[in-house]
Write a protein that binds this ligand. Structure first.
Ligand code: FE2
Length: 363
């Protein structure tokens, strides 16, 4: 009997140590596995959707989901993550169940074959079964959640593709309109490009994000589209305009607004606003509607400064180009009356960059 007891104690010790070793091994595998599966990828590898819809692209579960939908090879990685999470849960729950206590009881008891030990082992077996069921359920739930999020992201990516396509079409349309306007008026392509670049620089300086600044850059190229409706004789008159002619010229923002009345898409709508408001002033003395600061969009206030600065520093049929320092002073003089204070502040701060663009795009 003593011999049998000793043998059982020995076997129990082996089982206990093996179990502990397995727990440690599972734990280590789970931690390493999770580390590999959740390892954040380089931002370039993430779908562009992240950059537009999710500010924090490094949120780990989102990395998993995005890679899951992008590349089928990562399915394995995601499944492994699920398995490792289940393993981790098993280790923790097995520890909570107190398997060590039961083994200690067997080892320390004088007679290992007791009903109490049998009952403890039965309890442990039930718990083990529960653990298996729980881990499986957890795996299935993780899989379903990931699958659901993957579908959401797939749909998001589809919408993003559509939006990119619309933006591309808008950009092409805008550039075509800008070209037509340039041909019609005496302004050169460089005027349009300079105003666009100045507007983008000022927008960025004001803290607007890169996407918005780029939209303002594009929208600004159509600010004078209403001039298409003005007679060539007035636009190209190499002398000072009469009051009637000037009144006619002043209608171009209104014409621009009408031309773009039914446009769709963010950039085109912004272009319509800019076309309509770029000669308005914060003090309400602008045209065509005499809107005041609180009614003017940020993009129109930005383009207004960019347009006037470029008009002053450019040669026209009826005037010479101003010296850039005088033009700069003129913008400062208009701060709070002709131009929005905030925009002028940004213009001052960003002036070195603006001046660089002026020199690069001269002519
Ligand atoms: Fe204009």
């Amino acid at each position: 009997m003593e011999e049998t007891r000793k043998r059982i104690i020995k076997i129990s010790k082996v089982i206990q140590h093996t179990t502990t070793l397995c727990m440690i091994l599972f734990g280590v595998i789970a931690v390493i596995g999770l580390g590999v599966a959740f390892f954040p990828y380089h931002e370039d590898e993430l779908p562009s959707l992240h950059n537009n819809l999710v500010n924090n692209a490094n949120i780990l579960p989102l990395d998993i989901v995005s890679t899951f939908m992008r590349d089928n090879n990562y399915r394995l990685q995601v499944m492994l993550a699920g398995i490792f999470i289940s393993l981790m849960a098993m280790v923790l729950l097995f520890l909570i169940c107190g398997y060590k206590k039961i083994f200690k009881k067997i080892i320390n008891a004088r007679t290992p074959f007791t009903k109490e030990t049998a009952e403890s082992l039965r309890k442990l077996s039930r718990r083990a079964l529960l653990l298996v069921v729980f881990s499986t359920l957890m795996g299935i739930i993780i899989f379903l959640i990931l699958r659901l999020i993957a579908y959401i992201f797939e749909y998001g990516a589809y919408l993003q593709e559509k939006a990119d396509e619309t933006n591309r079409i808008q950009e092409e349309m805008i550039m075509s309109f800008a070209e037509i306007t340039e041909n019609k008026s005496e302004q050169t392509g460089k005027h349009v490009r300079r105003v666009a670049e100045y507007s983008r620089i000022v927008a960025l300086e004001m803290g607007l994000d890169e996407d918005r600044a780029n939209q303002i850059r594009l929208a600004s190229t159509m600010h004078d589209i209403g001039k298409l409706m003005i007679a060539d004789e007035i636009l190209e008159k190499p002398a000072r305009l009469t009051d009637e002619e000037f009144a006619e010229i002043k209608k171009h923002p209104g014409y621009g607004g009408k031309l773009l009345k039914n446009v769709e898409g963010d950039v085109m709508r912004m272009a319509k606003t800019v076309a309509l408001e770029h000669h308005e002033r914060p003090d309400g003395r602008g045209y065509p509607e005499g809107k005041t600061l609180d009614k003017l969009s940020i993009e129109s206030r930005i383009v207004a400064v960019a347009d006037v600065y470029d008009a002053l520093t450019s040669k026209r049929s009826y005037k010479q180009a101003w010296n850039e320092k005088d033009a700069y002073e003129e913008i400062l003089k208009g701060k709070g009356t002709q131009f929005d204070e905030e925009v002028v502040e940004a213009f001052i701060k960003a002036y070195p960059k603006i001046d660089n663009v002026r020199q690069e795009l001269q002519g």
